[in-house]
Design a binder for this molecule. Structure first.
Ligand SMILES: Nc1ncnc2c1ncn2[C@@H]1O[C@H](COP(=O)(O)OP(=O)(O)OP(=O)(O)O)[C@@H](O)[C@H]1O
Length: 261
Protein backbone atom coordinates (compact mmCIF):
# COMPACT_ATOMS: atom_id res chain seq x y z
CA UNK A 1 0.00 0.00 0.00
CA UNK A 2 1.55 3.31 -0.96
CA UNK A 3 1.28 6.46 1.12
CA UNK A 4 1.35 9.92 -0.41
CA UNK A 5 1.17 13.03 1.72
CA UNK A 6 0.43 15.91 -0.62
CA UNK A 7 0.84 19.50 0.42
CA UNK A 8 -0.62 18.88 3.89
CA UNK A 9 -1.14 21.78 6.26
CA UNK A 10 -2.67 21.61 9.73
CA UNK A 11 -3.45 23.98 12.57
CA UNK A 12 -3.88 23.30 16.28
CA UNK A 13 -5.25 25.79 18.77
CA UNK A 14 -5.21 28.51 16.12
CA UNK A 15 -1.53 27.94 15.26
CA UNK A 16 -0.38 26.45 11.97
CA UNK A 17 1.82 23.46 12.87
CA UNK A 18 2.21 21.84 9.43
CA UNK A 19 3.07 23.86 6.34
CA UNK A 20 2.53 22.23 2.93
CA UNK A 21 4.16 18.92 3.84
CA UNK A 22 4.69 16.43 1.00
CA UNK A 23 6.38 13.05 0.90
CA UNK A 24 5.68 9.53 -0.31
CA UNK A 25 6.31 6.07 1.08
CA UNK A 26 6.15 3.43 -1.68
CA UNK A 27 4.46 0.10 -1.08
CA UNK A 28 6.44 -2.03 1.37
CA UNK A 29 8.86 0.75 2.31
CA UNK A 30 9.76 2.04 5.76
CA UNK A 31 9.54 5.83 5.95
CA UNK A 32 10.77 7.60 9.09
CA UNK A 33 9.97 11.11 10.28
CA UNK A 34 12.63 12.83 12.35
CA UNK A 35 12.69 16.31 13.78
CA UNK A 36 12.94 18.24 17.03
CA UNK A 37 10.24 18.23 19.69
CA UNK A 38 7.23 20.12 18.47
CA UNK A 39 8.23 19.95 14.80
CA UNK A 40 4.90 18.35 13.87
CA UNK A 41 5.68 14.63 13.58
CA UNK A 42 2.76 13.42 15.69
CA UNK A 43 0.36 15.83 14.04
CA UNK A 44 1.44 14.64 10.62
CA UNK A 45 0.98 11.00 11.62
CA UNK A 46 -2.47 11.87 12.98
CA UNK A 47 -3.48 13.18 9.57
CA UNK A 48 -2.36 9.85 8.09
CA UNK A 49 -4.36 7.63 10.41
CA UNK A 50 -7.35 9.92 10.14
CA UNK A 51 -7.30 11.41 13.63
CA UNK A 52 -6.55 15.01 12.59
CA UNK A 53 -8.05 16.55 9.50
CA UNK A 54 -5.60 18.61 7.44
CA UNK A 55 -6.60 22.21 6.82
CA UNK A 56 -5.13 21.83 3.33
CA UNK A 57 -3.72 19.10 1.11
CA UNK A 58 -4.46 15.39 0.95
CA UNK A 59 -3.30 12.09 2.39
CA UNK A 60 -3.58 9.30 -0.18
CA UNK A 61 -3.36 5.62 0.67
CA UNK A 62 -3.13 3.60 -2.53
CA UNK A 63 -4.30 6.71 -4.31
CA UNK A 64 -7.43 7.08 -2.15
CA UNK A 65 -7.91 10.16 0.01
CA UNK A 66 -8.17 8.82 3.58
CA UNK A 67 -10.45 11.69 4.48
CA UNK A 68 -12.93 10.62 1.79
CA UNK A 69 -13.04 7.00 3.03
CA UNK A 70 -14.98 5.96 6.12
CA UNK A 71 -13.28 5.83 9.50
CA UNK A 72 -14.02 2.12 9.55
CA UNK A 73 -12.32 1.41 6.23
CA UNK A 74 -9.32 3.49 7.18
CA UNK A 75 -9.18 1.75 10.57
CA UNK A 76 -9.27 -1.67 8.97
CA UNK A 77 -6.22 -1.20 6.79
CA UNK A 78 -4.14 1.03 9.07
CA UNK A 79 -2.49 -0.19 12.27
CA UNK A 80 -1.44 2.46 14.77
CA UNK A 81 0.98 2.46 17.69
CA UNK A 82 1.09 5.70 19.66
CA UNK A 83 3.67 7.11 22.05
CA UNK A 84 1.83 6.50 25.27
CA UNK A 85 -1.38 4.81 26.14
CA UNK A 86 -2.88 5.25 29.53
CA UNK A 87 -6.01 3.14 29.50
CA UNK A 88 -7.12 -0.45 29.13
CA UNK A 89 -4.59 -1.74 31.65
CA UNK A 90 -7.26 -3.97 33.22
CA UNK A 91 -7.27 -6.25 30.17
CA UNK A 92 -4.94 -9.19 29.70
CA UNK A 93 -2.28 -9.31 27.02
CA UNK A 94 -4.31 -11.78 24.99
CA UNK A 95 -7.51 -9.71 25.28
CA UNK A 96 -5.64 -6.59 24.22
CA UNK A 97 -4.02 -8.22 21.21
CA UNK A 98 -7.42 -9.67 20.24
CA UNK A 99 -8.80 -6.11 20.10
CA UNK A 100 -6.73 -5.79 16.91
CA UNK A 101 -9.06 -8.28 15.26
CA UNK A 102 -12.25 -6.40 16.05
CA UNK A 103 -11.53 -3.84 13.31
CA UNK A 104 -12.48 -6.63 10.90
CA UNK A 105 -15.70 -7.69 12.64
CA UNK A 106 -19.24 -6.70 11.94
CA UNK A 107 -21.20 -5.30 14.85
CA UNK A 108 -22.55 -8.63 16.09
CA UNK A 109 -19.71 -10.88 14.94
CA UNK A 110 -17.55 -12.82 17.36
CA UNK A 111 -13.89 -13.73 16.99
CA UNK A 112 -13.40 -16.91 14.98
CA UNK A 113 -10.89 -19.70 15.40
CA UNK A 114 -8.83 -18.02 12.70
CA UNK A 115 -8.82 -14.78 14.71
CA UNK A 116 -7.60 -16.73 17.75
CA UNK A 117 -4.83 -18.26 15.66
CA UNK A 118 -3.73 -14.84 14.43
CA UNK A 119 -3.67 -13.54 18.02
CA UNK A 120 -1.59 -16.52 19.17
CA UNK A 121 0.80 -16.18 16.22
CA UNK A 122 1.31 -12.45 16.84
CA UNK A 123 1.90 -13.03 20.58
CA UNK A 124 4.53 -15.62 19.66
CA UNK A 125 6.19 -13.34 17.14
CA UNK A 126 6.40 -10.41 19.53
CA UNK A 127 7.70 -12.51 22.41
CA UNK A 128 4.50 -12.14 24.41
CA UNK A 129 3.27 -15.72 24.50
CA UNK A 130 4.55 -16.22 28.06
CA UNK A 131 2.65 -13.10 29.18
CA UNK A 132 -0.67 -13.94 27.49
CA UNK A 133 -2.72 -14.11 30.71
CA UNK A 134 -1.06 -11.19 32.50
CA UNK A 135 -2.95 -7.92 32.91
CA UNK A 136 -1.35 -4.89 31.32
CA UNK A 137 -1.25 -3.23 34.75
CA UNK A 138 1.21 -5.97 35.76
CA UNK A 139 3.66 -5.31 32.93
CA UNK A 140 6.55 -2.88 32.56
CA UNK A 141 6.22 0.11 30.23
CA UNK A 142 8.34 -1.61 27.58
CA UNK A 143 6.39 -4.85 27.79
CA UNK A 144 3.14 -2.91 27.42
CA UNK A 145 4.54 -1.14 24.35
CA UNK A 146 5.13 -4.54 22.77
CA UNK A 147 1.55 -5.52 23.56
CA UNK A 148 0.26 -2.43 21.77
CA UNK A 149 2.47 -3.22 18.80
CA UNK A 150 1.10 -6.78 18.81
CA UNK A 151 -2.46 -5.40 18.86
CA UNK A 152 -1.65 -3.29 15.79
CA UNK A 153 -0.09 -6.30 14.04
CA UNK A 154 -3.05 -8.55 14.88
CA UNK A 155 -5.07 -6.23 12.74
CA UNK A 156 -2.95 -7.44 9.80
CA UNK A 157 -2.68 -3.85 8.60
CA UNK A 158 -1.39 -2.93 5.19
CA UNK A 159 -0.13 0.39 6.48
CA UNK A 160 1.46 0.73 9.90
CA UNK A 161 1.74 4.14 11.60
CA UNK A 162 4.10 4.30 14.57
CA UNK A 163 4.69 7.30 16.81
CA UNK A 164 7.91 6.79 18.76
CA UNK A 165 7.46 3.01 18.86
CA UNK A 166 10.77 2.44 20.62
CA UNK A 167 9.91 4.66 23.60
CA UNK A 168 10.33 2.67 26.81
CA UNK A 169 12.17 -0.15 25.07
CA UNK A 170 15.63 -1.32 26.05
CA UNK A 171 18.18 -1.57 23.26
CA UNK A 172 17.54 -5.22 22.50
CA UNK A 173 13.81 -4.68 22.28
CA UNK A 174 14.29 -1.56 20.14
CA UNK A 175 16.27 -3.62 17.67
CA UNK A 176 13.82 -6.52 17.86
CA UNK A 177 10.91 -4.19 17.17
CA UNK A 178 12.58 -2.45 14.24
CA UNK A 179 13.75 -5.76 12.73
CA UNK A 180 10.27 -7.18 13.10
CA UNK A 181 8.69 -4.15 11.50
CA UNK A 182 11.14 -4.13 8.61
CA UNK A 183 10.54 -7.83 7.99
CA UNK A 184 6.77 -7.38 7.83
CA UNK A 185 7.10 -6.17 4.27
CA UNK A 186 4.20 -3.75 4.70
CA UNK A 187 4.29 0.01 4.30
CA UNK A 188 5.38 1.71 7.51
CA UNK A 189 5.62 5.35 8.51
CA UNK A 190 7.14 6.05 11.90
CA UNK A 191 8.34 8.99 13.96
CA UNK A 192 11.65 8.18 15.62
CA UNK A 193 13.93 10.25 17.83
CA UNK A 194 16.89 7.91 17.57
CA UNK A 195 18.83 9.03 14.49
CA UNK A 196 21.05 5.91 14.58
CA UNK A 197 17.96 3.74 14.46
CA UNK A 198 16.40 5.86 11.72
CA UNK A 199 19.59 5.63 9.67
CA UNK A 200 19.84 1.87 10.13
CA UNK A 201 16.25 0.94 9.36
CA UNK A 202 14.57 3.59 7.21
CA UNK A 203 14.35 3.30 3.46
CA UNK A 204 13.85 7.05 3.49
CA UNK A 205 13.79 9.75 6.15
CA UNK A 206 11.73 12.92 6.14
CA UNK A 207 13.19 15.69 8.29
CA UNK A 208 10.65 18.10 9.76
CA UNK A 209 11.51 21.41 11.31
CA UNK A 210 8.83 23.79 12.58
CA UNK A 211 6.18 21.98 10.54
CA UNK A 212 8.09 22.04 7.25
CA UNK A 213 9.97 19.34 5.38
CA UNK A 214 13.58 20.48 5.27
CA UNK A 215 15.03 17.33 3.67
CA UNK A 216 13.96 13.88 2.59
CA UNK A 217 15.55 10.86 0.96
CA UNK A 218 17.84 7.95 1.80
CA UNK A 219 19.18 8.34 5.37
CA UNK A 220 22.86 8.34 4.43
CA UNK A 221 22.26 11.23 2.03
CA UNK A 222 19.93 13.23 4.23
CA UNK A 223 21.27 12.85 7.76
CA UNK A 224 24.48 14.79 7.34
CA UNK A 225 26.30 16.42 10.24
CA UNK A 226 25.46 19.88 8.88
CA UNK A 227 21.76 19.17 8.52
CA UNK A 228 21.41 17.52 11.93
CA UNK A 229 23.41 20.34 13.57
CA UNK A 230 21.20 22.94 11.96
CA UNK A 231 17.83 21.32 12.60
CA UNK A 232 18.47 20.07 16.14
CA UNK A 233 20.64 23.05 17.18
CA UNK A 234 23.52 20.91 18.39
CA UNK A 235 27.04 20.17 17.22
CA UNK A 236 26.74 16.91 15.32
CA UNK A 237 29.45 14.88 13.65
CA UNK A 238 28.75 11.84 11.51
CA UNK A 239 31.06 8.87 10.97
CA UNK A 240 30.15 6.20 8.51
CA UNK A 241 30.60 2.76 10.07
CA UNK A 242 29.87 -0.30 7.95
CA UNK A 243 28.00 1.91 5.50
CA UNK A 244 25.76 3.44 8.16
CA UNK A 245 25.98 6.92 9.68
CA UNK A 246 26.93 7.07 13.38
CA UNK A 247 26.16 10.31 15.15
CA UNK A 248 28.18 12.15 17.76
CA UNK A 249 26.57 15.06 19.59
CA UNK A 250 27.74 18.01 21.67
CA UNK A 251 25.71 20.97 22.87
CA UNK A 252 26.16 24.05 20.80
CA UNK A 253 28.21 26.71 22.57
CA UNK A 254 25.90 29.29 24.12
CA UNK A 255 22.76 27.34 23.19
CA UNK A 256 19.54 28.31 24.95
CA UNK A 257 17.25 25.56 26.33
CA UNK A 258 14.62 25.95 23.57
CA UNK A 259 13.66 28.03 20.63
CA UNK A 260 10.55 29.39 22.26
CA UNK A 261 8.47 28.99 19.17
N1 LIG B 1 -3.86 20.28 21.10
C1 LIG B 1 -2.98 21.19 20.72
N2 LIG B 1 -3.30 22.52 20.73
C2 LIG B 1 -2.42 23.45 20.32
N3 LIG B 1 -1.16 23.17 19.90
C3 LIG B 1 -0.79 21.89 19.90
C4 LIG B 1 -1.66 20.83 20.31
N4 LIG B 1 -1.00 19.65 20.18
C5 LIG B 1 0.23 19.97 19.72
N5 LIG B 1 0.36 21.31 19.56
C6 LIG B 1 1.55 22.02 19.03
O1 LIG B 1 1.75 21.59 17.71
C7 LIG B 1 3.13 21.53 17.41
C8 LIG B 1 3.46 20.17 16.83
O2 LIG B 1 3.27 19.19 17.83
P1 LIG B 1 3.54 17.65 17.56
O3 LIG B 1 3.09 16.90 18.75
O4 LIG B 1 2.96 17.29 16.25
O5 LIG B 1 5.14 17.64 17.45
P2 LIG B 1 6.16 16.40 17.50
O6 LIG B 1 7.17 16.66 16.44
O7 LIG B 1 5.42 15.12 17.45
O8 LIG B 1 6.81 16.60 18.92
P3 LIG B 1 7.52 15.55 19.96
O9 LIG B 1 8.83 15.17 19.32
O10 LIG B 1 7.73 16.43 21.17
O11 LIG B 1 6.59 14.42 20.18
C9 LIG B 1 3.86 21.86 18.71
O12 LIG B 1 4.25 23.21 18.64
C10 LIG B 1 2.81 21.67 19.77
O13 LIG B 1 3.04 22.54 20.85
Amino acid sequence: MSLAVEDVSASLGGKQVLHNVSFTVPDGHFGVLVGPNGSGKSTLLRTVFRAARPSGGRVLVDGEDVWLSTARDAGRRTGVLLQEQHSGFEFTVEETVAQGRTAHLGRFDRLTKQDDEIVAEVCERTGLAAFADRRLAELSGGERQRVFLARALAQRPRLLVLDEPTNHLDIRHQLDLLELIRDLGITVVAALHGLDMAAAYADAVVVLDAGRVVASGPPAEVLTGDLVSEVFEVECTVDVVAGLPRFGFRPRAGASPGRGR
